[in-house]
Design a protein around this ligand. Structure first.
Ligand SMILES: Nc1nc2c(ncn2[C@@H]2O[C@H](COP(=O)(O)OP(=O)(O)OP(=O)(O)O)[C@@H](O)[C@H]2O)c(=O)[nH]1
Ligand SMILES: [Mg+2]
Length: 204
């Protein structure tokens, strides 16, 4: 079994006074687009966000054929890795793809490939350049949950901190491009990037 854990508990400060998770991306809230793209390759959908976001996020899924499970931050603003830890508490699947809500071009073929590469290991983490794409990576749910807890317990909330405790497969740019596009990692932070994403979706 496979889950998607969508991270949406950020404050979207670079975006402005709106929550980018539910911002309207050419007729679809961005988080809904992200999940819709991954629905064909997962069995379970979990959303991590703050309590004050639940109504708007639930609204974005009101006409979906599945009900996302909410993992609400107990400790808001504790950073994305704490959000991953919280989300993985409610996942039931053995493997989870973690994805940020602001990656509207996430490629299901890439994610399928990551699930295949993670099998038998603790994680498959893309590293298309010098940075690990930890917010579009597949993790063995229990191993990652434990690694996050250990990192948080030692006061390390960096998103890469759990990796030191995992036996992960690192997936490079060539491997990603053999199955899909590096656009899968594009993320939307500013209104300008959001407008550019909209234009691209209109042209699709
Ligand atoms: N639960 C939780 N998730 C977070 C937190 N900070 C960021 N995230 C999520 O992690 C992902 C990547 O974060 P960013 O791109 O920095 O998003 P953001 O923090 O909302 O935006 P900025 O305020 O502009 O940095 C997004 O999906 C966010 O929703 C946090 O403190 N808690
Ligand atoms: Mg942030």
């Amino acid at each position: 079994m496979r889950a998607v854990l969508v991270l949406a508990g950020g404050r979207s400060t670079r975006f402005g006074d709106r929550d980018k998770a539910v911002a309207d991306l050419d007729g679809t809230p961005m988080i809904r687009r992200v999940v819709d793209r991954l629905a064909p390759v997962v069995d379970e959908v979990v959303v991590n966000c703050r309590d004050d976001q639940v109504d708007a996020v639930a609204d974005a899924f009101s006409d979906a054929s599945f009900d996302p499970t909410f993992a609400i931050d107990r400790d808001p603003d504790a950073g994305p890795m704490a959000g991953i830890a919280r989300g993985l508490e409610v996942v039931t699947a053995e493997y989870t793809v973690v994805v940020a809500c602001d990656m509207p071009f996430v490629d299901p073929d890439v994610v399928e490939f990551l699930f295949e590469r993670a099998a038998g290991a603790d994680a498959a983490v893309p590293r298309p350049d010098e940075w690990y794409q930890t917010t579009q990576a597949v993790y063995r749910t229990e191993a990652m949950a434990a690694a996050c807890r250990r990192a948080l317990d030692r006061g390390d909330d960096r998103i890469v901190a759990p990796l030191s405790d995992l036996e992960e497969v690192v997936v490079d740019a060539d491997e990603i491009e053999s199955v899909g596009s590096l656009d899968t990692f594009e993320n939307v932070n500013t209104p300008e990037e959001f407008e550019a994403a909209k234009e691209r979706i209109r042209a699709e």
